[in-house]
Each structure stands twice: as C-alpha cells, then as structure tokens.
Design a protein around this ligand. Structure first.
Ligand code: ZN
Length: 437
C-alpha cells in the first residue's frame, strides 16, 4: 500500500543537512515517489506528520547480534584487565554458549531494539563456535521476520579448533552468500581478528571473497596485541597482511583500527575500504582512542554489539572526541553514521540515506519538540544534543511500516522478549560452566 506522510519537516542527516518545513512525502512500493506541498494520493495510507520530523533511517554499520542475550549476564568471571582477558572471560565464553534458539532470539531482539531506536539497517558480525553451520540463516530469519534491512557474516577464527574451525567458518560465509541471502539480508565474508586467523585461513577467505563478490568484514587493531602479534609472527602490519591476500577493496569493512599507523590508514583509504568506529565499545573495553579518525575517508559508525541505537552512539562519539580534545563536531559523526548507507548501497540495489525522490523508503519519523530553530547549520547539533530513541515515533523500511506509533504491527513483542529472557537464563547457566580459553 502507498503511504503519504503529510506535513512533515524533512531533515537530512548527510551534508549539507538540508531542512524543509511542511512537506508531504509519498511512498509508492519500496521507494519515495514524490516530495512536495499538498500532495494528494487516492487510497494511500495517510500518516499525519504535523510537527514531526522525517529523516533517513539510521544505520548501524557494525553490530554483534551474538551479544543480544548478554545484557546483565550473571556469570562468574575471572580478571579482565586487558582486551584478551575480556574476550576470553566474557565474549568467547558467551559465543560458545549459543545454539540455534539463542541465535534466533538474539537476532529478533537486536532487530526490534534497533528499529525502536530509529535504525533501519544493521551490519552484523556473528560468532557461535558450537553452532556455525546454518547460523547466518538463523540471523537472517530474525531480521526478516521483524522487517529490518541487514547484512551478516560469520567471524572466521581458529581460536577453539584450529583450521577445522576456520574451514567451517569460511564455508558458512560462502553458503550464506551463495544461497542464503534474501531481499532484505545480504552477506559479507567475516573474520574475527587477524591474531586468530592463520595465513592458510586468509587464503581461504580470499578465495571466498573472489567466489562470492562479497567484501571482508573484520576487526583490525582493536587492541595493541593484534598489531604486536602481527609484527611478532608475520613481520608486517595488519593492514599490509590483509592486502597481501587481496582482501582490501571498496566493499571491505575494517573495524576499530585503534592501533593502525599512518601507512595503514593511507593503504586502506587507497583501497577504498570502509572503516567502522565504535566509541562505546572502545570505552567499555578500555582500549584507548585513535587520533587518526579524521584521516579515514570512508568513516562509518557501529556499536560493536552495544545495541543498535545510533543516537546514543553518535552522542557518545561526540563527547569522547571532545574529552580527548579531538577535532570533530556533531556533523562529522552524524555524517559518518549516514555514510553507512554507502556500504548498504554497495550490497543492495537502489539509493539509500536521503529523503529524496527515487531513494529507497527507509525512513524514521521523530516526534521531536525543539525549543530552538532546526536549520541546516545545526541539524546535526539537534541530532546529538536533543534527539534520542525516545523521539522515534514510527519507522518505515523498504516502504513498509515496521513500527507505527511505537507498536510493531503483527509482531507479539512481549512474547518475544519473555521467551528471550528464558533463553538468556538457559544460556547464562551454560556459559557459567565454560572455562575461559
Ligand atoms: Zn566487533
């Protein structure tokens, strides 16, 4: 059914952050068909926008749905004084506890949470070492049922079972990329981090990238250890090691990069790679802050598993940068967040990220009351200082209203959350029995 948004303020979230007052927006099929004043459309569903703000849906360009059931996880854990201990005591125990049901509920609730925060696209990076085969289709099933636009991949690693695990991970990526993707969920080729992928593994991943045409999605230099390990074992920088396996191109997504040097930033820029910044996770893991973010050309924003709320992520990114005496302003972070649409349009047909005629109808309607004028020069300031997930009224993805006035039509949200809590309890008990390794 066509949808007509009547009398909305349109606010773009990419430069030059245009703002238009009192506009009508007609959506036909999955696209924005017309924008103007006093549009009439017989039979279209009318959404009364009086006083509300319509903007492009937010994009979370790096997420871990496997963290969906970890909120408040009660387990006995050993000391976590560095990133490796945090991984071993927490995330690598959690992901070993995930089975099909836990992966499915993680996907459902992460997708619902993202939409409720006005996020219309999520790029997931998945791990469940005791349930590898079929896991990406389970993630996709959850995204599809909720109506989110998503991408996923399996984090190839040797950390539990050596090359056998690497091969299984690569196979899952290839299987999903070649026969598991749907209209709304696409594939990348995932890798955990270079210190858990031997050269034989990178060769397999390089073959997988060539075979599927999908780019690699991998953590790089999240901790200093990753870089030191590469220097110790391979005598080369991390990004150079990836390049030696032809793994860098304009559809590659590199994540974190706190400890990359200037040569590596130059190289990833030269290859056209996307680079996802995840300030909340970086702060939580106490890994430090990169002063090289302004040099990255295709900087995009993720949460690294800290939910799917990009209002919060952009706010925290901005304050962290202020605290570190960085040079960024709100418009830099909001533009980076919106740039995630360039990654989306690399993998999906169509144009994304603007409220413009011909663009895909991935839209967020905010009930946001501004005490000051909203203008191109301060739109990103409103985004960071005023707007929040509390302002999100309705969300449309691919022309379909997936959340309307805070309700999810056709989805029993309470049931999903209560089932998820039961599954979480079961997973926590299991995780509590697993030793750090
Ligand atoms: Zn991550």
């Amino acid at each position: 059914m066509d949808t007509l948004f009547k009398n909305v303020r349109i606010m773009q979230t990419r430069p030059p952050f245009e703002v238009q007052e009192n506009m009508d927006v007609l959506v036909q099929g999955d696209k924005i068909a017309r924008i103007g004043k006093d549009i009439e459309s017989k039979g279209a569903k009318i959404v009364n926008g009086d006083g509300k703000t319509l903007m492009p849906g937010n994009v979370c360009s790096h997420h871990h749905y496997y963290s969906g059931l970890s909120r408040g996880m009660l387990i006995n854990a050993g000391p976590q004084t560095d990133l490796i201990q945090i991984l071993k005591e927490w995330w690598w125990r959690l992901d070993r506890g995930l089975d099909e049901e836990a992966t499915y509920y993680s996907s459902l609730i992460c997708s619902l949470d993202a939409i409720a925060a006005g996020t219309t696209s999520v790029v997931d990076h998945h791990a469940s070492p005791n349930y590898i085969k079929g896991s990406l289709s389970t993630i996709a099933k959850g995204m599809d049922e909720v109506g989110l636009r998503g991408m996923t991949c399996y984090e190839v690693t040797d950390r539990n079972r050596g090359m056998a695990e690497v091969e299984e991970g690569v196979q899952e990526n290839v299987d999903f990329a070649t026969s598991g993707t749907t209209d709304m969920v696409k594939a990348m080729i995932g890798g955990h981090a270079l210190f858990t992928i031997p050269d034989e593994g990178l060769k397999l991943m390089s073959d997988a990238v060539k075979q599927t045409g999908c780019g690699m999605h991998i953590h790089v230099a999240e901790g200093e250890y990753d870089q030191i390990f590469s220097h110790h074992k391979y005598n080369k920088d991390i990004v150079r090691r990836l390049d030696d396996f032809d793994l860098l191109s304009d559809n590659t997504l590199l994540v974190h990069g706190i400890f990359l040097n200037d040569d590596e930033i130059d190289l990833l820029n030269e290859r056209g790679c996307f680079f996802a910044h995840n300030p909340r996770s970086n702060m939580n893991n106490q890994i430090g802050y990169s002063d090289k973010l302004p040099k990255v050309k295709k900087l995009i924003m993720g949460t690294d598993g800290c939910g799917g709320n990009m209002f919060e992520e952009c706010k925290i990114a901005f304050f962290k940068n202020r605290d570190a005496k960085g040079p960024f302003w709100p418009n830099d972070f909001v533009a980076a967040m919106n740039r995630g649409n360039d990654l989306i349009s690399t993998y999906f047909e169509g144009d994304y990220g603007q409220v413009k005629e011909g663009f895909k109808a991935d839209l967020t309607l905010l009930d946001y009351h501004a005490p000051t004028p909203i203008l191109p020069g301060n739109a990103a300031g409103h985004f960071v200082w005023g707007m929040s997930s509390n302002s999100v009224h309705s969300v449309m993805i691919n022309g379909k209203m997936v959340m309307e006035n805070r309700e999810f039509p056709g989805i029993d949200v309470n049931k999903i959350y209560s089932e998820a809590a039961k599954v979480a309890e079961r997973v926590w008990k299991k995780v509590d029995t697993l030793e750090a390794r």
